[in-house]
Design a protein around this ligand. Structure first.
Ligand code: MSP
Length: 507
């Protein structure tokens, strides 16, 4: 039987920025979800990439004295190396300047025109270059962008409009029929109220912009960067070039995005898809924003959290873990250096690292590194504690509640550490009559570590690999539910204790 498809995407990032905690966050979350779904037996397609056209990029290139293409190439190289460092396992990286994408953008604009969803008019209004977004009508003399606070620019030019207004009713109907279409619900409600106020037709081409895709039917006009960018989600999976591949993947299971770009994904994008006769994505999830020690991160303050710096100090896995665990996915959060340090020492070095280290040390000491036979005793409390693990973790992961899923895993780790204290293997080891009990105890602890190696893999792939190596586990090709069944470790397996997974850091 063929595997079910799971298609997930991150936003495509502007090439004006370097990889930072914000875009790394979405990408790490996406990677964790992709790894988890692969473990569960899905045929995963994980797409990320870069958004390379538009005024913002054109101006950034001018400021640096390079061509937009040169700027894009250099920043793309940095994204590739950042994603490699962060162990991101995307299946595709799309650049909007690639021919495979530009061709489809042109084709789609032509379709809009042919179906009378595009018409020529004149646009007058304010535009924020930093957000590449039009402001709502405003009377102010010097309007500021409501999102980023920057000064907007006055625009007055001939433009093609997309008939967004035509889709207001259908969009509201979609929202009604699919109450889970956008998450979190509070953000969905905001979008719904805004749509209920009515949609205005959207200016989707510019004549005063060079660095953008030209319209096939009117080359003086070039594509508005957001329309160009949204199309990446379908151009990358074969829309207009490979119908079969496209049908296998569309609709996307989830678009993961930040809250600032929800309007484009939850309002404009579904209308574009309706115009093309395509289904909307199954879910748009808008996560919150990180601040740093209570402050908004900004270039002028120079307080961006650089993923590389955190990874240098604590390791990539610890960074991934922290971002996933620190806050419920969907809420805003604060990156506090002290909190990172505390979680590292307590939860990674203390709870997880310590469990593995002492389990393998004792198996070394008492059984010469060989997994003992537990058969003299029934499975016991750890097997019981593990029985509902899969269902609980799967429920949270399917709901994209990564922090809850990790809470549940940590509950199990703490139970295992408590079991060590209850059983006191060092005392059992002194009594030859207690040998069968010692065997069972150490088997169960090692088995708990096997289970944990599987459960932490999506969030912390390096540590999971190291745990597997130390426990001498072969790759488990079975779906996660089966692989988690208690008793997978074979007695007699020679294990090898390694260095601590997370060496404790000085305060
Ligand atoms: N190019 C558009 C997306 C087009 S998708 C069809 C864009 N690019 S971006 O580079 O600005 O995107 C940045 C992503 O990073 C957004 O999802 C945004 O929410 C996220 N973040 C940027 N700073 C952030 C934080 N401080 N915290 C969390 N995420 C933030 O928008």
């Amino acid at each position: 039987m063929s595997k079910p498809s799971y298609y997930l995407t991150t936003p495509i990032y502007y090439v004006t920025d370097q990889p930072h905690i914000g875009n790394s966050y979405t990408t790490i979350v996406a990677d964790t979800l992709a790894r988890y779904k692969r473990q569960c037996g899905y045929d995963v397609r994980f797409l990320t990439g870069t958004d390379e056209h538009g005024l913002k990029v054109q101006r950034a290139a001018e400021e640096k004295g390079v061509s937009p293409r040169e700027l894009a190439d250099s920043v793309v190289a940095r994204y590739h190396s950042a994603w490699k460092r962060l162990d991101i396992t995307h299946d595709d990286f799309i650049r909007t300047t690639e021919e495979r994408h530009e061709r489809i953008v042109q084709m789609i604009f032509q379709k809009f025109l042919d179906s009378d969803d595009l018409y020529l008019g004149e646009y007058k209004g304010w535009y924020c270059v930093s957000c590449e977004a039009f402001l709502k009508e405003t009377e102010e003399a010097e309007p500021k962008c409501p999102d980023c606070g920057r000064q907007a620019e006055w625009n007055s030019e001939a433009t093609y409009f997309f008939r967004l207004s035509k889709y207001s009713e259908r969009l509201l109907k979609l929202f009604e029929e699919r109450p889970g279409f956008v998450k979190p619900t509070s953000r969905f409600n905001e979008i719904r109220s805004r749509v209920a106020e009515g949609l205005r037709d959207l200016s989707v081409t510019r004549t005063t912009l060079d660095w953008a895709v030209p319209m096939p039917f009117d080359p003086a006009h070039r594509a508005y960067v957001w329309i160009d960018a949204l199309i990446n989600y379908i151009s990358a999976i074969g829309y207009g070039s490979d119908e079969e591949r496209f049908r296998q993947r569309w609709p996307a299971d989830v678009h993961l995005i930040g809250k600032d770009i929800l309007w484009f994904h939850a309002a404009i994008w579904p209308c574009m898809l309706m115009s093309l006769g395509l289904e909307p994505p199954k879910l748009v999830f808008a996560h919150g924003w990180w601040t740093h020690n209570g402050q908004k991160m900004s270039k002028s303050k120079g307080n961006f959290v650089a993923p590389d710096d955190v990874a240098d100090t604590y390791g990539v896995d610890a960074l991934r873990y922290f971002l996933l665990r620190e806050l419920p996915f969907g809420q805003d959060g604060d990156y506090r250096d002290a909190s990172m340090h505390q979680r590292y020492n307590a939860e990674l070095a203390g709870d997880l690292g310590n469990l593995l280290f002492r389990t393998l040390s004792m198996i070394d000491r008492y059984f010469e590194g060989s997994i003992p036979d537990p058969s003299a005793e029934p499975a016991g409390p750890l097997a019981e504690a593990a029985a509902t693990l899969y269902d609980d973790v799967d429920r949270w992961m399917s709901d994209l509640q990564f922090s809850r899923a990790l809470d549940r895993v940590w509950e199990f780790i703490r139970r295992a550490n408590q079991y060590v204290e209850e059983r006191k293997p060092w005392q059992l080891a002194k009594d030859p009559a207690a040998r069968p009990r010692l065997q069972a105890t150490m088997y169960h602890l090692a088995e708990a570590c096997r289970i944990l190696a599987l459960l932490i893999e999506p969030a912390m792939p390096n540590s999971a690999r190291s745990m597997r190596e130390q426990l001498k586990l072969a790759e488990d090709g079975r779906p996660l539910r089966e692989a988690l069944e208690w008793g997978g470790l074979r007695p007699g397996t020679k294990v090898r204790r390694g260095e601590p997974l997370f060496p404790k850091k000085e305060d």
